[in-house]
Design a protein around this ligand. Structure first.
Ligand SMILES: *Cc1c(COP(=O)(O)O)cnc(C)c1O
Length: 431
């Protein structure tokens, strides 16, 4: 498999962009080789500039739940594109996407469209602070909420876990307003609230943490968060940028049956174009400008072309049995590989929920916290990633990232990909 063109393009890109990329994980830093430059996608397949073909499980990191170049999405974009691309004035398309979402999501009354997941979280946190009049925010180690200053924070040492910034350029005084706790740990939350409850605006969590491995939480923990937040007038903030429209139409809130106070969406909501959103009850959203005093705006917010892509994709997700079918095909895929690994005593297992899966290595119980991931296992990930690429299967270039099955992955595609996976496991683990 030649990768000459991608390698040359990456050299060119390094002259233009820091590290040759416009988002860091694309740089293949934790795996071997140069990143592949992709020129085309169709269904579950992508092609790189050297004309190599891959079955794709990255799916643009989640947005493409219908796969690449979906005809309904493409047709709707083309139709809207005839009339121009942006007006900075309201369009009927915003109403259409907003109504589609609100009519099918019992957890929200109003929504505000922005242009990325990061922007959605940033705005949602400002809203939580504006609404409660409190400054502190609790987040969990192992949850990613975009590159917002207040969320680029890791657990500090010591008992009182005020955060320390995990990126240069975030003042310590900012990160002092963020408290970082371990996931799935009720005691830690109780202690934190006992000490700081009156200052906490919100507790933000990825209800299905999927940015640092797939750290599935016990439902009882999520329910506990709901009740302790209610008891202390703290807002429960579900960041559903990955899980929204992915595990169920109304995301993890629907999957677990838990009512959060603020929710954020991104990825799938834009059908492959840049859209994010935050949403809540009328009471909370009434604080957003121009109704209320929490300011938030965007030149390209609700962009008609992006709304069009979102409408077409979201409509398809509303089809009867859509999520059951996604989960069934994913289970077939992970089950085939897991059975094979188990019967051969290979130290490998795919963990999954809905149509999200994650590669895990070695003997372990359920992994629910960031510090339960053994960094030493990333050596195996690197080998497997490289062999999968050589054999025509594309997964995200980091062992801390999850994979996605789309509507376009047919049973035949999944059968083919699973058999490649099993052959790769043989190459790595067969004695
Ligand atoms: C991807 C992601 C974000 C950031 O979204 P961007 O569109 O990349 O800014 C925030 N939160 C979660 C849970 C995400 O998965």
């Amino acid at each position: 498999m030649s990768r000459n063109k991608s390698e040359q393009l990456f050299e060119n890109a390094k002259e233009l962009f820091p590290g040759g990329v416009n988002s860091p994980v694309r740089a293949f830093k934790s795996v071997d080789g140069a990143p592949l430059f992709i020129k085309k996608g169709d269904g579950c397949r992508i092609w790189d500039e050297d004309d190599n073909e891959f079955i794709d499980f990255c799916c643009s990191w989640g947005p493409l739940i219908l796969g690449h170049n979906n005809s309904a999405v493409r047709t709707k974009i083309e139709e809207v594109l005839q009339n121009g691309t942006s007006f900075g004035a309201p369009t009927v398309l915003e109403n259409e996407l907003g109504k589609l979402i609100i009519d099918n999501n019992p957890f929200i009354d109003k929504i505000r469209f922005v242009s990325s997941g990061t922007e959605a979280v940033m705005s949602g946190i400002r809203l939580a602070r504006g609404y409660t009049g409190r400054d502190k925010v609790v987040k969990f180690e192992g949850c990613y909420h975009g590159h917002v200053d207040s969320m680029l924070v890791k657990a500090g040492s010591g008992l009182v876990t005020f955060g320390t910034s995990s990126s240069a350029g975030v003042p310590e005084s900012f990160s002092q307003e963020t408290i970082v706790l371990p996931l799935n740990d009720e005691e830690a939350v109780k202690n934190c609230i006992a000490e700081h409850g009156k200052d906490i605006a919100c507790i933000i969590i990825e209800p299905i943490p999927a940015n640092n491995g797939l750290l599935l939480q016990e439902k009882s923990f999520l329910k506990f968060l709901r009740s302790i937040c209610t008891a202390h007038d703290i807002l429960l903030f579900f960041d559903e940028v990955i899980s929204g429209f992915r595990v169920a139409f109304a995301g993890a809130a629907e999957y677990y049956g838990i009512q959060p106070d603020i929710m954020t969406y991104g990825k799938i909501i834009g059908g492959g174009l840049p859209v994010g959103a935050y949403a809540a009850s009328n009471k909370i959203m009434g604080h957003v400008s121009p109704l209320g005093d929490v300011y938030q705006a965007g030149t390209l917010s609700g962009n008609p072309v992006a709304m069009a892509a979102g409408i077409a994709q979201i409509k398809a997700c509303l089809a009867d049995g859509f999520y059951e079918d996604q989960e069934e095909r994913t289970k077939y895929f992970t089950g085939t590989i897991n059975d094979y690994a188990k019967s051969n005593d290979y130290p490998f297992e795919l963990v999954s929920i809905g149509s999200i899966f994650w590669l895990t290595f070695g003997e372990h119980d359920a992994i629910r916290k960031a510090d339960q991931i053994d960094p030493a296992t990333m050596v195996d990930f690197k080998t497997i990633h490289s062999l999968l690429l050589d054999n025509g299967v594309y997964i995200g270039p980091s062992g801390y990232e999850v994979g996605f099955v789309s509507k376009a992955h047919t049973m035949d595609d999944l059968k083919q990909a699973a058999s490649i996976f099993c052959a790769v496991l043989d190459q790595v683990y067969k004695p």
